[in-house]
Design a protein around this ligand. Structure first.
Ligand SMILES: *[C@@H]1O[C@H](CO)[C@@H](O)[C@H](O)[C@H]1NC(C)=O
Ligand SMILES: *[C@@H]1O[C@H](CO)[C@@H](O)[C@H](O)[C@H]1NC(C)=O
Ligand SMILES: *[C@@H]1O[C@H](CO)[C@@H](O)[C@H](O)[C@H]1NC(C)=O
Length: 237
């Protein structure tokens, strides 16, 4: 009996390949379209970490952390990129779910300016082109005035520090960050330059993403999986 039950339960989450295959649930009437991707990891407090930027200002915002990248800090603390003590939490890095699906976090804009309305929402990105066999489900934790319409700036350590290099004060990073200020490191071996806490997320770009730079995507808004909410603590209905 117990074995049979276990097999039935397993069948619910295993795909034909036998790999973990979580349910991905589209949001009815949610956003969808085509977009572009870039990558960044600037170590700054992400903007959906401010309660005031959420659709529901009573809800918990995205966690932000103290300089160790690990200790959750008061959401009202200023960003290190504005001279305060608050940083991006180290655990907001991408991770592999199965051989064709990964989870992670992103900055996004759907309007071509700082765009908070989808803070803490999730989108399933289906890569176009060389990575068309893979998808990434990301939660929106940040935005940016420099983003264009339907741009997903994926939170990938070592993919560039962008305008604000908050990684200098946190990790003693070089003035332009690791590698190039926009684009970051070019090889997996260069990920060794990052602090050990960020190296897995850096290697992700060369392993799961197969070194394909900035693939375009189609996207559809989906419900956020528990695994991402458990990390960000932001779960807006
Ligand atoms: C990974 O999970 C997704 C979502 O459940 C599923 O569609 C896909 O087939 C899985 N990949 C493999 C290789 O099993
Ligand atoms: C806003 O968030 C609070 C705290 O999580 C929750 O109790 C409330 O129901 C939410 N309001 C709406 C309109 O979802
Ligand atoms: C990605 O989309 C942009 C904007 O539509 C386009 O200019 C660019 O050529 C596309 N890149 C690739 C590799 O298809």
């Amino acid at each position: 009996m117990e074995t049979a039950l276990a097999l039935i339960l397993l069948a619910c989450v295993a795909s034909s390949t036998g790999e973990y295959s979580p349910d991905i649930i589209p949001v009815p009437g949610g956003l969808s379209g085509t977009g572009i991707t870039t990558g960044y990891w600037d170590c700054c407090k992400p903007s959906c970490s401010w309660r005031g930027n959420l659709r529901n200002t009573s809800a918990d915002p995205v966690t932000s952390c103290a300089i160790d990248g690990d200790t959750v800090i008061d959401p009202e603390a200023m960003s290190n990129c504005g001279g305060g003590p608050s940083y991006m939490c180290t655990n907001q890095q991408p991770f592999v779910v199965n051989s064709t699906l990964a989870y992670g976090f992103t900055a996004a804009s759907f309007t071509g300016k700082a765009d908070y309305k989808l803070c803490c929402g999730c989108v399933l990105l289906s890569f176009i082109g060389a990575l068309s066999h893979k998808k990434m489900l990301v939660q929106i934790t940040n935005t940016g005035a420099d983003l264009v319409v339907n741009q997903f700036d994926l939170a990938f350590p070592g993919a560039g520090v962008g305008i604000n290099n908050g990684c200098i004060s946190q990790w003693n990073a070089p003035p332009d960050g690791w590698g190039k200020r926009y684009g970051g490191v070019d090889t997996e071996a260069e990920c060794d330059q990052l602090p050990w806490q960020l190296q897995d997320g850096c290697r992700f770009r060369f392993e799961f993403m197969e070194s394909v730079p900035v693939p375009n995507v189609t996207f559809v808004q989906v419900e956020c999986p528990k695994e991402l909410v458990d990390i960000s603590h932001c779960n807006l209905k």
